[in-house]
Design a protein around this ligand. Structure first.
Ligand SMILES: [Zn+2]
Length: 108
């Protein structure tokens, strides 16, 4: 399987989205979903989603991010086609949750 990664600037080192996660956590805390609006292409939506996940890794918080199509919104402007929803989670809680999950899936 070829796993060639395009040499664009949206790799794991990109820190562009760190400030979004930082602001979300400082303004709203953990477990609150926020949306990034105004994305015009699916490719860009995927870049934003990955960017949010990477930002979580940089900042040592657990980030859930996914994109969805826009059904017409006031926030994203006329060319808005996609939104990325992102939520930050307390890394401690996320670890506990994962630990619980692996425990319950253990054979009895
Ligand atoms: Zn929109």
């Amino acid at each position: 399987m070829p796993t060639r990664v395009p040499p664009w600037k949206w790799g794991p080192r990109n820190v562009h989205f760190d400030s979004y996660i930082q602001r979300l956590v400082s303004e709203r805390g953990y477990g609150v979903e926020r949306e990034y609006f105004g994305i015009e292409t699916e490719e860009r939506a995927e870049q934003v989603r990955k960017g949010m996940r990477n930002a979580g890794r940089h900042l040592n918080v657990s980030v859930k991010a996914f994109w969805k199509s826009c059904n017409g919104c006031a926030e994203g402007g006329k060319s808005c086609r996609y939104h990325v929803a992102f939520t930050a989670y307390d890394p401690e809680k996320a670890r506990e949750y994962k630990a619980q999950g692996s425990q319950s899936s253990r054979p009895q």
